[in-house]
Design a protein around this ligand. Structure first.
Ligand code: HEM
Length: 466
């Protein structure tokens, strides 16, 4: 039986290990490069600490499914999240996780997502109006910037019953604050030691400020939810969103969430629901600009489904967009927005003939799976057809465990249904009304890692199709 010392490693310097090779905004890309060189199981070092990186589809699937008993999220992530007040379902373990997860699953269930359709239409109409205005005057737009506003408005409306309306209130600062939190999470994840507990640099002070401001917004939402529950006691029996459910849960024996846990879950959902979904749509838009024939086929599909309408009128019409759905899956394969899941074993464990001690940090490089030729034929090509049932024998084959953008096992993403609804809704509205091209003056779009994988400089022109 081998131990961690026997597996490959990219070397590193005596005291600090690989620290200097890991630029925070390129951590994911560096880990992928090392996986190409050293294989699907290797370790790197931050000082004396060895972190194991895995990118074998079967092994990753096993680990994700052996949670919560045999593996838990990396304890360091829990400490980092607790420090910023994100004491919610994402970092919870044991009995606490079951309690939080049950509540989040209730709030994000099919029935609630369906019920949200009316509000989703309102937010989508605002985005459409903004894009029509920009298309009319021919002004290029920062696509990701607008999509972040859209997704934060959707999540706050859906999960907290609060219309932030950042799409119309362009001075609303929440996006900037959330971006600061993501940057800090990415930087601190691989920091040598928690220096910010002793000395604060400019970005640490900016983070502190962002947290204070976001907390004010969250506390305001909670106070409004409490008022609604007082004014309408029927909501006590059937809360209409996650925030109401958490507040009701404070006073019944099954729930009993502390104030800190309520704030923590609101922050968790804002963070989990905003960037991921906005970045996924942004990457799809990026591919649309690179592959005009894909964009054209999306337009043909939506023209057929919507006929005269400019937006889907019911949730059912979104179920009739197999090609657009395939485009989203292909974008998530090539640009998985949450590309690293960090875990640790809760007991000593053997993985592919190597023994790892309880608590060994494991980085599951899920994003790298979709890039590997052994998992996907023509992995470097953008081929939505590979996801269509109608592709027949010509359809490029792939390993079904080779793309897990929403995770797997009991801790898979509970927001998947809402995310897919938002993604398809925006894309349907976009391709029905506009043709997108990249702005000739924009810098090239690159991958930027800030806990999620974002496209930089996605500046596009919209041309109205009417
Ligand atoms: C395209 C959009 C999204 C992607 C790609 C995505 C991806 C993921 C991934 C990979 C995980 C970790 C899963 C695991 O550990 O196995 C996760 C967890 C989570 N996601 Fe998402 N997500 C998206 C959107 C959302 C949305 C819209 C929400 C809610 C509003 C959400 C809420 C959560 C929560 C609460 C967790 C933690 C679950 C737990 O630990 O039990 N996500 N997501």
């Amino acid at each position: 039986m081998h131990t961690i010392q026997n597996i490959p490693s990219p070397g590193g310097l005596p005291l600090i290990g690989n620290l200097l090779q890991l630029r925070p905004d390129r951590t994911y890309q560096t880990l992928c490069d090392w996986a190409d060189q050293h294989g699907s199981m290797y370790f790197f070092r931050i000082a004396h600490r060895r972190i194991v990186v895995l990118s074998d589809p079967a092994l990753i699937d096993r680990l994700l499914r052996e949670r919560p008993e045999k593996f838990r999220r990396w304890q360091k992530i829990e400490e980092l999240a607790m420090e910023i007040g994100a004491d919610g379902v994402f970092i919870a373990e044991g009995e606490k996780w079951w309690r939080h997860r049950k509540m989040v699953m209730y709030a994000l269930n099919h029935h609630h997502v369906k019920q949200f359709w009316g509000r989703l239409e309102v937010v989508t109409a605002r985005l459409q109006a903004r894009w029509e205005a920009l298309a009319n005057i021919g002004t290029p737009l920062d696509m990701r910037h607008d999509l972040m506003r859209y997704t934060v408005d959707v999540v706050s409306g859906f999960a907290f019953g609060h219309d932030l309306n950042t799409l119309e209130d362009l001075h609303h600062p929440i996006q900037e604050h959330l971006a600061k939190i993501f940057e800090a999470a990415a930087r601190r994840q691989t920091a040598l030691f928690p220096y910010w507990r002793y000395v604060k640099f400019k970005h640490d002070r900016e983070l502190d400020f962002a947290l204070v401001e976001v907390n004010k917004i969250i506390r305001n939402m909670i106070s409004k939810a409490r008022d609604r529950l007082t004014d309408n006691p029927a909501l006590q029996a059937a809360p209409s969103n996650l925030l109401e459910a958490l507040v009701v849960g404070q006073s019944n024996e099954q729930g009993s969430f502390t104030d800190g846990e309520i704030v923590g879950n609101v922050l968790t959902l804002l963070l989990a629901g905003e960037d991921t979904t906005a970045n996924t749509i942004s990457w799809v838009v990026y591919f649309m600009t690179q592959y005009p024939e894909v964009q054209q086929r999306m337009q043909q599909e939506i023209d057929h489904v919507l006929e005269g309408a400019t937006r889907p009128a019911s949730i059912n019409s979104l179920d009739r967009l197999p090609y657009i759905e395939a485009v989203v899956k292909e974008a998530l394969r090539q640009k998985p927005v949450f590309p690293i899941i960090t875990l640790e074993p809760t007991e000593d464990v053997e993985l592919n003939g190597v023994t790892f001690l309880k608590g060994t940090p494991l980085f599951l490089l899920t994003g790298h799976l979709g890039r590997q030729q052994k998992n996907f034929v023509d992995a470097h090509l953008f081929k939505p057809e590979r996801w269509l049932d109608t592709g027949g024998a010509d359809r490029p084959q792939h390993n079904p465990k080779g793309s897990v953008p929403f995770g797997a096992g009991l801790r898979y993403c509970p927001g998947q249904r809402l995310a897919m609804l938002e993604i398809k809704m925006v894309l349907a509205m976009l391709v029905k009304n506009f043709t997108v091209t990249s702005s000739p003056d924009a810098l090239p779009t690159l991958e930027h890692y800030a806990f999620t994988l974002c496209p930089t400089h996605l500046i596009v022109n919209l041309e109205s199709r009417t």
